[in-house]
Design a protein. Structure first.
Length: 109
């Protein structure tokens, strides 16, 4: 398990942050194309509309969206070691970002 200090140091890892920024753009594009119709996205009526609003903002300012998502991804993986976090595949990072979309779009989960 990574310590809090190790997690904070990872927060400054530009390579991982950049990968999360790309994952945010991909998640936003998925929402904009309407293919957010499977888990982990909530399918409750109206939730897609909230995600579209989020996606437009995220695509317009991916860098501004990165910090909160990056913090969420680190928190969601806090039980892992630094090596496991830094060694995460793109697919694993995408999965964690996708899981956080509803949280950041105002969807009640």
């Amino acid at each position: 398990m990574a310590t809090y200090l190790e997690l904070r140091n990872l927060y400054n890892d530009s390579e991982l942050r950049n990968r999360v920024a790309v994952a945010i753009a991909i998640a936003a594009d998925t929402v904009m194309r309407g293919t957010d119709n499977v888990a982990p996205f909530s399918q409750t009526a109206g939730n897609h509309d909230l995600r579209v609003i989020w996606a437009k903002t995220a695509l317009g300012n991916t860098e501004g969206s990165t910090s909160p998502f990056w913090q969420s991804v680190l928190a969601a993986n806090s039980t892992l070691t630094v090596a496991q976090i830094t060694g995460a595949t793109d697919a694993a990072l995408q999965s964690k970002v996708n899981e956080a979309v509803d949280l950041f779009s105002g969807v009640t989960v």
